[in-house]
Write a protein that binds this ligand. Structure first.
Ligand code: ADP
Ligand code: ASP
Ligand code: MG
Length: 254
């Protein structure tokens, strides 16, 4: 069976009922015999709300304090998701970016991942647990929390998948995959079955924002397959791979 990293975006974990639904989905993947590590974003608009709160206090807040604040969003969702999985009878263990071994540079607000050493995540998986990792965050050489830039949980997920040697990184969102244009703006947009890293980077350059740019660049560098799909349906989504990989071979597409 496969080792699968699943990432659930803020729209998929907007409230506690959604967190329970996502927990069921994760457990289904586990019960099919796969090992699973999960990266989770902050619930709904939490990150925007935290930024608004900060700006209502200080119009020019320190970048370090902003990162301390923003990393709190993913900490809430990771622990609630671990509890939801536990309440449904499976073992789960949550980790902050720091605990999951995400080392970054010191550029607060847009830090780059320097290395990922997910020893504790590996241990949890080999103990039969589902590992839940807070997206969008790491720790710098000063020991301070950092964030990876808006939408950065996508990059966390791909980086974790690479570090663990996963078979696929599944990105769960609120649309059925990558479309020819934003389906919320262009109703005639078509879902794309499979696409190369290069082609999706071209789409991103022209404004399409379904995946964070750095996430696709990271996946291309390490040849990590991505499956973009909806957490609200069981439909197959869009497979993103290099031109030398047959998309049909990517596991867990049903
Ligand atoms: P998440 O909360 O899961 O991270 P995002 O809001 O970051 O979700 O990304 C999903 C959104 O991306 C969709 O709701 C859609 O409106 C938008 N989007 C923009 N361009 C595209 C595209 N080409 N294909 C699919 N979705 C797109
Ligand atoms: N919560 C962060 C944001 O809103 C990261 C993410 O969702 O990927 O940008
Ligand atoms: Mg996103």
């Amino acid at each position: 069976m496969a080792l699968i990293v699943q990432k659930y975006g803020g729209s998929s974990v907007a409230d506690t009922e959604s967190i329970k639904r996502v927990a069921r989905r994760i457990i289904e993947t586990r019960k099919k015999g796969n090992d699973v590590a999960v990266v989770v974003s902050a619930m709904g608009d939490t990150t925007d709300e935290l930024i608004d709160q900060a700006l209502s206090i200080d119009s020019n807040p320190s970048a370090r304090e902003m990162d301390m604040l923003m990393t709190a969003g993913e900490r809430i969702s990771m622990s609630l998701l671990a509890m939801a999985i536990h309440a449904q009878g499976e073992k789960a263990h949550s980790f902050t970016g720091s605990q999951a071994g995400f080392m970054t540079d010191t550029q607060y607000g847009a830090a780059h991942i320097r290395s990922v050493k997910p020893e504790r995540v590996r241990e949890a998986i080999s103990d039969g647990e589902i590992a839940i990792v807070a997206g969008f965050q790491g720790i710098n050489s000063l020991g301070d929390a950092t964030t990876l830039g808006r939408g950065g949980s996508d990059t966390s997920a791909v980086a974790l998948a690479v570090a663990l040697g996963a078979d696929v990184c599944e990105i769960y969102t609120d649309v059925d995959g990558v479309f020819t244009a934003d389906p919320r703006i262009v109703p005639t947009a078509q879902r794309i079955d499979s696409i190369t890293y290069d082609a999706i980077l071209e789409m991103a350059a022209s404004g399409s924002k379904v995946l964070a740019l750095r996430c696709v660049e990271y996946a291309r560098r390490f040849n990590m397959p991505i499956h973009v799909r909806s957490s609200f349906s069981k439909r197959k989504g869009t497979i993103v791979v290099g031109s030398d990989i047959n998309p049909v071979l990517i596991p867990n597409q049903d």
